[in-house]
Design a protein around this ligand. Structure first.
Ligand code: ADP
Ligand code: MG
Length: 238
């Protein structure tokens, strides 16, 4: 399959740089090769490049710190969303750099990534870990407190069928938030199931990937799709 060949080539290019953890923009490139809808992100090394990229991507945009030493970008206040002008981008760039200097002074910062801003939607998490006994296992949960506090998540071994993916979604306690309650329209559960299934397929076919985290995935109303706005991928050692 052409996508698999491209993914393996891409992974080799990362390994050649002696890294196991992909940066967000790299992880997004990999999942987009695999047909998972994501916000394409480009690396800007300085403020001028950030402004140029924002103009190309078109406003509004999002800026995020790009550093191999920073896993949780918002923990160091390294994410600025909804920037709608050149001035916004310049300010956001300086602010991110200052925040990172203050919160993580020793981080090796490559610059920032620039990506399109996605309007608010229901936020969910799709992940994958390699279980020592069972192998690649896919995780699904609703975003934010649902995962962090309530541990409201479901698991399946990879690869998954369409029905497996739909079942995983329906198993979490917060499921009614996706089907629509109190007048809210249903979310695009089909598009979400497609992402979950693709994550499972990627995990099963590319064992070099040992960990994957799409957090969050924005799920729009039924028929409008779903998009991963953050992505993290870890490769096997050696
Ligand atoms: P972290 O490394 O802290 O997880 P994220 O990339 O997930 O950083 O960004 C933090 C939050 O910012 C996300 O949970 C999401 O709500 C919001 N966000 C991130 N990227 C976008 C985007 N492209 N459009 C809109 N909101 C975004
Ligand atoms: Mg995130």
């Amino acid at each position: 399959m052409a996508a698999k060949k491209s993914v393996l080539e891409f992974i080799s290019s990362i390994k050649a740089k002696k890294r196991r953890e992909l940066l967000e923009f790299e992880a997004k490139k990999l999942i987009s090769i695999w047909g998972i809808h994501t916000t394409h992100a480009e690396l800007a090394h300085d403020v001028q490049e950030a402004v140029k990229l924002a103009r190309e991507i078109k406003y509004p945009v999002v800026l995020k710190v790009a550093s191999p030493d920073i896993i949780h970008k918002s923990d160091v206040r390294g994410v600025k969303v909804g920037l709608s002008s050149e001035l916004d981008v310049k300010h956001a760039f300086e602010e991110i750099m200052a925040n990172v200097r203050a919160n993580k002074p020793n981080a090796n910062v490559l610059g920032v990534t620039v990506q399109e801003y996605v309007p608010p939607a229901r936020e969910v998490v799709v992940g994958m870990v390699h279980d020592k006994t069972f192998g690649p296992t896919v995780m699904f949960g609703l975003g934010g407190v649902w995962v962090d506090v309530m541990k409201d998540v479901s698991f399946r071994l990879a690869p998954l069928t369409r029905d497996d993916a739909l079942e995983m979604i329906s198993e979490v306690k917060g499921y009614p938030l996706l089907t629509g309650t109190r007048g809210a329209p249903p979310a695009d559960i089909e598009a979400l199931a497609d992402i979950i299934q693709r994550v499972g397929q990627l995990a099963a076919e590319v064992p070099e990937i040992v960990e994957m985290d799409l957090n969050p995935v924005f799920v729009f109303d039924k028929g409008k799709g779903a998009v991963a706005v953050d992505a993290r991928i870890v490769l096997r050692e050696g």
